[in-house]
Design a protein around this ligand. Structure first.
Ligand SMILES: Cc1cc2nc3c(=O)[nH]c(=O)nc-3n(C[C@H](O)[C@H](O)[C@H](O)COP(=O)(O)OP(=O)(O)OC[C@H]3O[C@@H](n4cnc5c(N)ncnc54)[C@H](O)[C@@H]3O)c2cc1C
Length: 382
């Protein structure tokens, strides 16, 4: 780092250039703030398949940042459901490149310590700023609930066979993956990445511990064989493993004066592992807050009410018996779409969230209701 960069006081220093850090750098720069960002591998290409509901994406995102759209994805629980909500797979290279343009100054390095106005890097240098944003993500967090998945990229004819001709399957909880009925269940996720390729992924939504990737690999191949699909040995694969909650030490960063953002700040939905669309949306909110100090920032009271309800939802998922999981999701996907949306996407709609939870509770069998009540009153996970 040059001497001038060392002595300059930036408006905002952002630590971590995943989707959240990149989006924030881009939006802060668009609002005229001076931004310095740091990441050990800022040039690393995003290869993960990021997806989101179309209505979650901000208006400023260009249309070509979406690689594929499916108007009515399907879910299989104990029966078939269609979701009347468009689902999108993002074009990660386009997203990364548009967020990278006009996003301030980027430094390659690893932060060792963060204070509210200074970031110290492993090479001994430091960045000074009016505000330091911690966007270091959740990491793998072995002591936290995690999502794991193993997927293969296949051609459309193989995907059509695996998905019985559906355009996209958001969750398929049917048990043709060879998992014993007493084992933690996983589901098949199948989405078009482009016109000529599909991702078929066996997914452990959340686990503590999660289902190992080796188990998901054999379940995926078992399921696909059962559907007449043999995956070509040279197929591209996707491996997923990340914590769905921020690490324990990040939970006090607000009170320490640091500004956390992205999955690090609890913007990841702990019941789905999704955070990218929320970070894109709230990058603007936080950027305006940092410039003007006017808005409520990331945590209006409504979001503070919803957050623990989402955590309760996570505990319920972790505590359900394996055979209860498809029934639980059956009730979820029977909810009206506005309540599904409130539960999955709206982090500041306590009324919608509570209404979704109440309806789910009333529709559930007595065994599931007992698990919900137990999870509400006991914080530990079984
Ligand atoms: C294969 C795969 C598929 C996924 N699919 C989806 C999806 O469909 N939809 C969705 O919403 N989410 C999905 N996720 C989860 C998604 O990756 C996260 O939601 C998202 O990356 C979180 O973004 P973030 O910027 O908050 O954190 P991260 O992406 O984890 O970025 C954190 C950044 O901080 C940097 N960093 C860490 N420590 C330091 C340090 N000490 N100093 C400087 N920099 C540091 C890291 O290098 C990294 O670049 C998927 C994940 C995987 C792996």
């Amino acid at each position: 780092m040059t001497t001038s960069a060392r002595s300059y006081v930036w408006d905002v220093a952002i630590v971590g250039l995943g989707p959240a850090g990149r989006a924030l750098a881009h939006r802060c720069t668009a609002l005229g703030l001076s931004v310095a960002s740091v990441d050990p591998l800022p040039q690393r290409s995003w290869t993960a398949t990021y997806a989101a509901w179309e209505d979650e994406l901000p208006d400023w995102l260009p249309r070509d940042a979406v690689a594929s759209r499916v108007a009515r994805p399907v879910v299989w629980t104990r029966r078939r459901h269609t979701i009347a909500r468009t689902y999108c797979v993002l074009n990660a290279p386009v997203l990364q490149s548009m967020l990278t343009k006009d996003s301030g100054t980027v430094f390659t390095g690893r932060a060792v310590s963060l204070s509210p106005t200074c970031v110290h890097l492993t090479d001994g240098s430091a960045l000074k700023a009016r505000v330091v944003v911690d966007a270091r993500g959740t990491g793998a967090g072995a002591d936290l609930a995690q999502q794991t998945a193993y997927g293969v990229v296949v051609e459309p004819d193989l995907a059509a066979r695996a998905l019985a001709g559906e355009d996209a399957v958001f969750m398929d909880w049917r048990r043709d993956n060879g998992a014993p009925t007493s084992a933690a269940p996983s589901f098949l996720y199948g989405v078009p990445l482009a016109r000529d390729k599909y991702l078929l992924e066996e997914t452990c939504l959340v686990g503590h511990p999660p289902i190992p990737l080796s188990v998901l690999t054999s379940r995926l191949h078992h399921r696909l064989r059962a559907r007449g699909v043999v995956v070509p040995p040279d197929s591209q694969v996707e491996r997923v493993r990340f914590a769905v909650e921020p690490p324990h030490q990040a939970r006090n960063s607000c009170s320490s004066g640091l500004v956390p953002f992205g999955s690090r700040a609890g913007l990841m939905h702990p019941g789905t592992g999704f955070s990218v669309a929320t970070s894109l949306e709230y990058a603007d909110v936080l950027a305006r807050h940092l410039r003007d100090g006017s808005a409520e920032g990331l945590w209006p009271w409504r979001a503070r009410v919803v957050h623990p309800l989402r955590s309760l939802g996570l505990r319920v998922l972790l505590n359900l018996e394996p055979e209860q999981v498809p029934e639980f999701f059956e009730h979820f996907f029977d909810l009206p779409i506005r309540l599904q949306t409130a539960y999955l996407s709206d982090r500041a709609n306590p009324r919608g969230m509570l209404s979704a939870m109440r309806k789910m509770f009333l529709a559930s069998s007595s065994d599931i209701r007992r698990e919900i009540l137990t999870s509400a009153f006991r914080r530990e996970i079984r």
